[in-house]
Design a protein around this ligand. Sequence first.
Ligand code: GLC
Ligand code: MG
Length: 525
Amino acid sequence: MNAWWREAVLYQVYPRSFADSDGDGIGDLPGVIARLGHIHELGADAVWLSPFYPSPLADHGYDISDYEAVDPVYGTLADFDELVRQAHGLGMRVLIDLVMNHTSAEHPWFADSRASRTSPRRDWYIWADPRERGGVPNNWLSAFETCGPAWTLDERTGQCYLHSFTPGQPDLNWRNPEVRAAMQKVWRFWLDRGVDGFRVDVAHRLLKDARLRDNPAELAHARRHVSHPGLRMRNLDLPETQEVLRELRRTLDSYGGPGGERVALGEVPISDDRRLAAYFGGDGLHTAFHVAFWEQPWRAAAFRETVDGLAVLTRPGALPTYALATHDISRAATRFGAGPRLRVAATMALTLRGVPCVYYGDEIGMADVPPRAGRALDVDGRDGTRAPLRWDAGSSGFTTGQPWLPLGPAEVNVAAQREDPGSLLSLYRRLIALRRASPALRAGDYRSVEAGPDVFAYVRSAPGERMLVALNFSARLVSFTPRALPADGRAELSTGRRLTGTRVSLAPLTLAPDEGLVVRLEEPS
Ligand code: GLC
Ligand code: MG
């Protein structure tokens, strides 16, 4: 039997913005519990929760001040346990965010570390002397433009600490065995509470050059991974990182029995697939987001190239995770435009070979909601993609209070789309149901098909079943004749008006403008 996650559809909940149960304008865990039915009806197999731990919000929860608690704004540990219990009761798994590259600057470990040069936990973080005349220790940059260098001078001890993100997120020193042991305890804390796995935050950053050498001059401008022939960055993507990921994997494996495998989904923001491919499908991370996938412009050839490219680079049997957006990435409706393209994009994300992950609100076509002028909250301009979900048109259903970020337009809401068979939400449900029912789509092989510049087409095949997926990225009628396929098939699903079950000629195949189509190919008898 395939491990559950290999055939799963994931759903990302950003807890602050999903559903607010107590009227403070901030989504919370009881809110998620109350809305689990929506995720279940959609057909998702697992929920990934972005951080809900105590946090001073330098980076909206990705700065954690206590790894073994729930921030009171989101509820209690009892609420978390109840969420896991109810999700499991519905047959869904729960993944949580594991942020272990850095803690919050307000974590007691860091308080201890910064207290003096001889603190017991001094070496839990990465400290270095400033260069002469107050300069930073080396040329590494924070991932965020607004944060400048990756170092901040701590006056008290006259040394700088490393922070790959905001100064409120000091990087842990993973070369220190005590740090590893402390984090291992965190993994176990949540695994013992029944979580089915982790989404591993910036998994490629855990280790840094032990001598803190400068990045090569050609890469000195890089805030995130940049490839350069013959050169490697020294503050991320180090080979030793795999040791930590393997240790995590061994721990996960020690919990998971048959059917109960605990999974590590990597967030590895590397756009170069040659490097990304090294991170998953081996004895470390099970899977990782295909980062280049959400960076493509709306062009069939661009998506085909990136999907095919990663497929040839990955280890045998490895599966990437495909998302159209996350809490860091502008929404599909904003990048591609609301309308028929969203239907084509959904068809693609839910029929590729990999693990689809739906970002909350994408199933109703939410677009980014820019913050009001002067009211931006995020350090890196990501408020837009994190707008609260509108459950209904009237009072929004998100909160009875003042939402922490502005809501999007009232028309884009769950209730309006629920009963409408032509809605995007209904299409998502149909796609997920089709995937679940089809061995070829759920677990089959993948091979792209030559289909001209406007169409991304591929065949998914499993023993006894073959499906052709053809996605028209243009607003024109397009015809092409896929090679080495039967002369016809039956429509399983179209994003346009074509009816399910109707015969589809493949010689040639004509797609309506902006049509995404799944065709069942008759097996030669
Ligand atoms: C990951 C998170 C992002 C966060 C960063 C630092 O990229 O997805 O939201 O800002 O890590 O933790
Ligand atoms: Mg609340």
